[in-house]
Design a protein around this ligand. Structure first.
Ligand SMILES: Nc1ncnc2c1ncn2[C@@H]1O[C@H](COP(=O)(O)OP(=O)(O)O)[C@@H](O)[C@H]1O
Ligand SMILES: [Mg+2]
Length: 362
């Protein structure tokens, strides 16, 4: 689809599928460049709806709504990677959709994703296809314990995961993930987790942000720190991995690649690819000359990418999860802190409600 996409003028309308905080921050970045946004999302109180020109609250399978949406926008992109493939295909027949919807088929499915990555000669955790409960015992025998059972599709923030230790009943783990097609992954004894947020423009150029180090709590990202505490040679390899993935997909826009850094020798294993802007790139709004959101908008608009420069020696982004958002007044008083709230009314445990970025000059 990228060939057909026009270079947009500032007053053009960008369509965004998905209305969460990522869509909200994409729309804010687009507005700064003069674009209008039209967000289509199923929930009538989607956080992105508050900040855009036009909204469509409709299901991703509502053909009539999708048709009207397509007529109103100059290009379509997404902030949510689990948009049904048929939705993206339906839209792509009417309006340019970037990045190419075919990429979703790979990244929506952990088995296809890991097979794709290993096919590029890039390491991942050892994995096995567990399509049915009978496949679990042989997979465990091959990969050993501990191991993590993950649903192939629709997992996020640790949802759809079950860790299998020596004491775990595999049948219980299978039930815990809902008895769906899964992959089993060997547990990776990582030293740290890092990610690379990379943008690829229509001209094929790739711009990576600084490698970010990510600390998760309860499988949810809690803190991102830049620069990551890894040697420059490892950071270089991480950026090369993300660049190879972006080039192979002929990707247009921003993607993120999550990686494990191993204790021995600093080897890198790819954990996940997110075909969208990513939580570990939120620091770039306040901590870089161009944000991940602006890079994505520039790429889908056919504009030149920025060359991101980090502001400050060190940047730290802290997610406000669940009731932590109630401390926002304390954060407002912290010198140098930039507070971002997503406008979500319902506070639920584990729900990402906002984040705070701190740029440290020294
Ligand atoms: N094979 C593994 N070994 C060790 N830790 C893992 C493994 N897979 C996932 N994790 C931990 O769980 C977190 C979430 O897993 P991930 O596969 O990224 O799923 P999600 O889609 O929920 O982000 C990872 O960031 C990591 O901390
Ligand atoms: Mg992840």
């Amino acid at each position: 689809m990228s060939e057909a996409a026009p270079v947009l003028k500032p007053e053009a309308t960008i369509g965004i599928l998905g209305g969460g905080q990522l869509g909200r921050m994409l729309a804010l970045a687009a507005a700064r460049l003069g674009f209008k946004c039209h967000v289509l999302a199923p929930s009538p109180d989607a956080p992105a709806f508050d900040v855009v020109h036009r909204v469509t609250a409709a299901d991703y399978t509502d053909a009539e709504a999708l048709d009207r949406f397509a007529q109103d926008v100059d290009v379509v992109t997404y902030e949510f990677e689990n948009v049904p493939a048929e939705t993206a295909t339906f839209l792509a027949a009417r309006v340019p959709v970037l990045p190419d919807p075919q990429i979703l088929a790979t990244t929506q499915d952990r088995l296809k994703e890991k097979t794709f990555v290993t096919g590029l000669g890039i390491g991942t955790a050892a994995f096995a296809d567990v399509g049915a409960p009978e496949a679990l015992a042989p997979a465990l025998a091959r990969l050993g314990k501990p191991a993590i059972l993950k649903t192939r599709r629709f997992g996020y923030d640790g949802k759809g995961h079950a860790t299998i230790n020596n004491g775990t009943d595999p049948a219980a783990a299978w039930r815990e993930v809902g008895g769906q097609p899964c992959i089993l992954e060997a547990y990776v004894p990582f030293e740290r987790e890092v990610s690379v947020v990379a943008a690829r423009g229509r001209d094929g150029s790739v711009a990576c942000f600084d490698v970010t180090e990510n600390e998760h709590r309860d499988h949810i990202l809690k803190i991102s720190r830049v620069p990551a505490g890894i040697p420059e040679a490892t950071a270089d390899r991480a950026r090369r991995i993300a660049t190879t993935i972006a080039q192979t997909f002929d990707y247009i826009g921003v993607l993120a690649v999550e990686m494990f850094v191993l204790r021995e020798g600093g080897a890198l294993l790819v954990n996940e690819i997110a075909p969208r802007v990513h939580n570990s790139g939120h620091w770039t709004i306040d901590g870089a000359s161009v944000s991940q959101f602006e890079q994505h908008i520039r790429a889908v608009a056919g504009w030149p990418l920025g060359k991101p420069v980090r502001l400050g020696r060190r940047v730290e982004m802290t997610n406000l999860i669940g009731s932590e958002v109630e401390d926002y007044r304390d954060w407002l008083a912290v010198p140098g802190a930039a507070v971002h709230l997503y406008g979500k009314t319902a506070v639920r445990p584990g729900r990402k409600m906002g984040h705070v970025t701190r740029v440290f000059a020294d």
